[in-house]
Design a protein around this ligand. Structure first.
Ligand code: GRF
Length: 315
């Protein structure tokens, strides 16, 4: 199952093309399901359309920022994409849009961040007599060209480099960096080791929690007490990575499975008091999983511990 990606562009779209060609490799972990632009004339739209990728264009002219972003968001959602990749998208994004795609939106910037945010990055690097320039892929946050860096490539500056000659070489580095970084990033979301580590962080953040191995499964419980979370990886070769949590009973279990039969299922051998939540569908909301784990912890924690927590939470 490949991760579905929407690419947003405003111009030439050469990074988009690099992403698209890498996606044609059979083992690539992502596919591009939409190329969208705020500029109906963007060259990159023609490339994508000719390659058979769905395209969408909506000019921002005359629209409020949030209204334009909402239209883009709708098109992206319709395409089925669960990741947004900015590739020369020359728009500052509204906080609403950034919040909607938080943790699932990447950008490429032609400098070694945190150096030289904004424009004219190459000229600034040359003027500062930096020995190297480069490019960075980062997660998008509300601040411009900010957010955790996922990957970088350094590009040596030649004595005679101009902003243009340097920009050309940095672009070559970008064409290597972006597909690889994106492919690795989306692969994490289905990688059992990464998913287990995410659960571990959330589960061990619960009071008096510890981890043991139970029937080969990473299992989280209250020290000397009951278990509140298990991670099931490829159980009897089912190919799934899922989190098993304590719930109120058969009714809640049935309601969850009814609401989303792909995501929730009845875990074998665990009975009605537990539900399995798939973690490997590529769209896991970790805040939500954190709440789930806390609820499960509470369901098995001794009263004196939950009372202590309630008192502590009041302050
Ligand atoms: C790239 O240099 C990228 O770093 C920056 O915008 C440029 C886009 O170029 N964010 P292209 O449209 O991909 O050719």
């Amino acid at each position: 199952m490949k991760a579905k990606v929407a690419v947003l562009i405003s111009g030439a779209g050469t990074n988009m093309a690099a992403l698209l060609y890498a996606a044609k490799l059979t083992d690539c972990s992502y596919e591009i399901v939409l190329v969208a632009s705020n500029n109906p004339e963007a060259e990159g739209l023609k490339i994508a359309a000719t390659e058979g990728v769905p395209v969408f264009a909506k000019s921002h002219v005359g629209l409020e920022r949030a209204a334009h972003d909402a239209i883009m968001h709708e098109a992206i959602t319709q395409s089925g994409a669960t990741y947004v990749v900015l590739a020369g998208y020359m728009r500052i994004l509204s906080t609403e849009f950034v919040a909607k795609w938080g943790g699932r939106m990447l950008n490429i910037h032609p400098s070694l961040l945190p150096k030289y945010k904004g424009l004219h990055t190459h000229q600034r690097a040359i003027e500062a007599k930096d020995p190297v320039a480069g490019t960075s892929v980062h997660l998008v946050t509300a601040e411009l060209d900010d957010g955790p860096v996922l990957g970088q490539i350094e590009v040596a500056i030649l004595p005679r480099d101009t902003a243009n000659t340097l920009a050309d070489r940095v672009k070559m580095a970008e064409y290597q960096l972006y597909p690889k970084t994106l492919a690795d990033f989306v692969a994490r979301d289905t990688n059992p080791e990464y998913l287990t580590a995410q659960v571990r962080t959330l589960a061990l953040a619960q009071p008096q929690a510890d981890e043991v191995l139970s029937h080969g499964m990473p299992c989280f419980g209250i020290i000397g007490g009951k278990k509140f979370a298990y991670v099931s990886v490829d159980h009897h070769g089912d190919g799934k990575t899922a989190l098993l949590l304590k719930i109120s009973g058969v009714e809640e279990q049935a309601m969850l499975i009814d609401s989303d039969a792909e995501r929730y299922y009845r875990p074998a051998y665990f009975g009605d008091g537990w539900v399995a939540i798939r973690l490997d569908l590529g769209d896991t909301d970790w805040d939500h999983i954190g709440d789930w784990i806390a609820k499960s912890w509470r369901a098995v924690a001794p009263k004196k511990l939950t009372k202590l927590m309630d008192v502590a939470n009041k302050f």
